[in-house]
Design a protein around this ligand. Sequence first.
Ligand code: NAD
Ligand code: UPG
Length: 480
Amino acid sequence: MVKICCIGAGYVGGPTMAVIALKCPAIEVVVVDISFARINAWNSDQLPIYEPGLDDVVKQCRGRNLFFSTEVEKHVQEAEIIFVSVNTPTKTRGLGAGKAADLTYWESAARMIADVAKSDKIVVEKSTVPVKTAEAIEKILTHNSKGINYQILSNPEFLAEGTAIQDLFNPDRVLIGGRETPEGKKAVQALKKVYAQWVPEDRILTTNLWSAELSKLAANAFLAQRISSVNAISALCEATGANIAEVAYSVGKDSRIGPKFLNASVGFGGSCFQKDILNLVYICECNGLPEVANYWKQVIKINDYQKNRFVNRVVSSMFNTVSGKKIAVLGFAFKKDTGDTRETPAIDVCKGLLGDKAAISIYDPQVSEDQIQRDLAMNKFDWDHPIHLQPLSPTTVKQVAVTWDAYEATKGAHGVCILTEWDEFKELNYQKIYDNMQKPAFLFDGRNVVDPEKLRAIGFVVYAIGKPLDPWLKDLPAVA
Ligand SMILES: NC(=O)c1ccc[n+]([C@@H]2O[C@H](COP(=O)([O-])OP(=O)(O)OC[C@H]3O[C@@H](n4cnc5c(N)ncnc54)[C@H](O)[C@@H]3O)[C@@H](O)[C@H]2O)c1
Ligand SMILES: O=c1ccn([C@@H]2O[C@H](COP(=O)(O)OP(=O)(O)O[C@H]3O[C@H](CO)[C@@H](O)[C@H](O)[C@H]3O)[C@@H](O)[C@H]2O)c(=O)[nH]1
């Protein structure tokens, strides 16, 4: 039986390996991690991540050909193919701080492989890494090789959270980059054979190593760029009376542009877009391409602008102060159908409101109070380190309450901010919410989930990103 080991049992390692195990019953897959808590959770009924469809896949193969273990070295030693899916956060200190990828976890995984391996290995980069990382990994492995042959492949992951299982079952493409030597080509074929169990051959792309590594960064940059483009236009819509939903629909009807990823929002979040663009910017700078670096930097600047703009809309609408006012925040995750809060725009919006001394009451169907408190107390970029290595929150943020019900969160509030597009927020009884709020009652929709006209008919003052402004907001500055 072919044996695969995956180092890193996170949002990528867990679901990808579960799907490989499901689709390839003849392969034994072991996912290993240094975090006992994570592995215990993978072995329990309460998986460590919330992802629609994941429970079912794990239940079908766990204990059959899918295993989760903390015995990292043992399973690395036994495997022929080793996926490395560890964190690659943005560096917080030293050279490239705030931009470059921190490869500490990757390097330590590579050194461990070199230490324990006794047979030839195919080492697969699953984490998102800077271009040329494979060269560095190759050096670590071959300098410590004891005569063992290593082939490094780049096989970046394109799944999105919330739809991971769907994306893995039916990927737009699987990308495999390898060395163009006979051994490199053989390794590419070995990995291709795994995916070919369920992915049509014409969707398995093979390239050289550097193209595969760069394609991942480029794909995320292009996706994020679309969101910043539509968000930039949303500001102009508000200034002119155009409606972003109509503009995005009309623009996306052009088959050269397409309709996806054109939803205006309070800003993009998630552990990938900002981190990967910063990484791309750093690589451009290191390669003497400042113009290219500046071009991509703008995608992040517009995202920051959009989050600030939202906070300023809230504060300026509410008589220029939210001090001591209760603001309900509906949704804290970075998108619907996930409990993940890494880089969620909700963190920046809440911090902005707290800066103006608001009292915040938060409800999210999948995010715990502990997580929210930790996120609001944490420093930038700390959230993408392995959970057990993150600093514990020193104190709780006092002006923040977390509730398990949208009606409780909004009771007695002066304003409501919708920051995640959970489906249940479309179905809330807004009349009931309005009746229990202070007046005038404000609603700020950062995800365009409600119908502003219906809510205005109830009595709310409504701000919705990129939509024609409420008369209340018309003469107020967009950016205070
Ligand atoms: N989250 C996504 O949707 C997504 C999608 C595509 C690619 N990626 C990329 O995949 C990589 C992993 O992302 P993630 O979201 O799964 O991160 P994660 O934090 O959820 O998981 C990473 C895991 O690796 C473990 N780990 C770190 N160092 C280790 C070591 N030396 N040995 C064993 N385990 C170790 C950590 O304990 C953690 O559980 C990142 O490079 C990310 O950019 C993420
Ligand atoms: O039209 C849109 C689409 C998305 N978003 C926001 O953008 C962020 C990212 O969303 P999404 O891309 O769906 O989720 P991720 O899980 O971050 O997935 C991205 O990042 C992954 C990690 O690299 C890649 O694998 C995926 O292909 C890529 O879509 C979220 O805050 C969304 O709310 C918008 O504001 N408007």
